[in-house]
Design a protein around this ligand. Sequence first.
Ligand SMILES: Cc1cc2nc3c(=O)[nH]c(=O)nc-3n(C[C@H](O)[C@H](O)[C@H](O)COP(=O)(O)OP(=O)(O)OC[C@H]3O[C@@H](n4cnc5c(N)ncnc54)[C@H](O)[C@@H]3O)c2cc1C
Length: 472
Amino acid sequence: MSRPAHAVVMGGGLAGMLAAHVLARHAGSVTVVERDVLPDGPGHRRGVPQAHHAHLLWSNGARVIDELLPGTTDRLLAAGARRIGFQGDQVTLTVRGWQHRFPPTQFAVLCTRPLLDWVVRERILASGRVELRQGAEAAGLAGDRGRVTGVQVRDSGQGGTTTIDADLVVDASGRGSGLQHWLAALDVPPPGKDVVDAGIGYATRLFVAPPGATAAFPAVNVGAPHAASEPGHFGVVYPVEGDRWLVTLSCTRGGTLPAREDEFEAFARRRLGHPLVADLIASAEPLTPVFRSHSGANRRLYPERHEGWPDGLLVVGDSLTAFNPVYGHGMSAAARCAAALDRELAAGGDVRRAQAAISAAVDDPWVLAASKDAGYAGCRIDATDPRLVGDHTEHQRRFADSIIDRSLVAPGVCAVVTDVISLSAGQAELGSSGFLSLMHKEEPRPRLTGPPLRPEELDLVGLPAYESVPTA
Ligand SMILES: Cc1cc2nc3c(=O)[nH]c(=O)nc-3n(C[C@H](O)[C@H](O)[C@H](O)COP(=O)(O)OP(=O)(O)OC[C@H]3O[C@@H](n4cnc5c(N)ncnc54)[C@H](O)[C@@H]3O)c2cc1C
């Protein structure tokens, strides 16, 4: 893409900040227009309500961010984030049973979302190469149906609207983006859209963890056994900075979530497939009320296929593709969008080519999340992606289930699956002849019938050894 003289990014979340950072390498100047006034430190704000909930940054996302902003993971770890090796440092109960804790082949970074956003944002703004217009809402696009030439900005303090001229505008305003309305005002039809909505709900509280537990006790991820026709319930306990546990309970459509503080532990005990999550929080001191979210639909736009897409406009992050958060792919996808933008700016192609590359960067997480969710009870699907609709999807889902089943007990299979879910390998890897032969030939370990916790880990959090609980 040719070098923009001035680029404007709408939205100063993770996707917007990373996009602004790479634009600053290639454009004459860059402005981020952000509706919130951003906190001067790791703090919550209105525009990112999901920041109260558990966020996991997969190894691929962490590596991409480190390539764009070297040293970011180290800074997060120095601020108290935990690096979890997969599958060694997490205890996981899937719908098919307990996962063996095989030696880690990938990792994830666990911390609160405000810390992650702050560490990224502070460095980008400190560079002095990105101008921030905060407390300023993007209210529309300037230009015509052939070309976007700027952004209309409403100042939340003064209320007036001004236009910032730009030869490149990037929409990074998240799941609630007004892009469709802004395009309509320019007489541009909306881009194609796919929605796969499994009705995901989240309920989260922060707790004080027992001394030493955030460093040495594994992360926990417990699902409940359920038939495909029934709602699913899940719970995670993630160690985060400040010796705290972030505990998120979630469900698919038709499931229930705790609304009140006094229901939280009882809900975890009643709904999840094992008492581990409830036992961990039973004596932990809660620090927050229950935060809830129902922003869990997979939603993808296809600007790259739009015949009349205006020049000068790109879409990235959640605004382009939002995922069911359970898979932990949104932040990695935002990073992949920025990396694709960086490559395209360096290569000097046009906006259409750049959008195609950005959209390709979110395809793997999209198909992983949307195809899994399409199998949940009551999932609402309004999609044209041939990988999500049609008779073959049932067969694909059975194959995916057999892979998950095998990965619980076979380390080689588990390593490939972990590469794919951490986005470190493409999902085509699961169809390779090497992988298929591993599926058939690898000697499985005996199935686990309870959580694979070591005596010293149980001692650390004051729990007795669990009796074996049949889960298959
Ligand atoms: C409950 C939940 C849990 C999640 N868990 C995970 C996880 O474990 N791992 C993971 O990788 N991802 C997770 N995600 C997804 C992750 O939060 C998003 O993918 C990520 O925040 C994408 O960032 P973004 O910058 O595209 O959008 P956002 O974070 O939504 O940022 C959008 C920004 O735009 C601003 N804005 C909005 N409208 C305007 C406007 N008109 N003008 C100016 N500014 C505007 C907002 O204030 C905000 O700053 C989760 C999401 C949810 C809902």
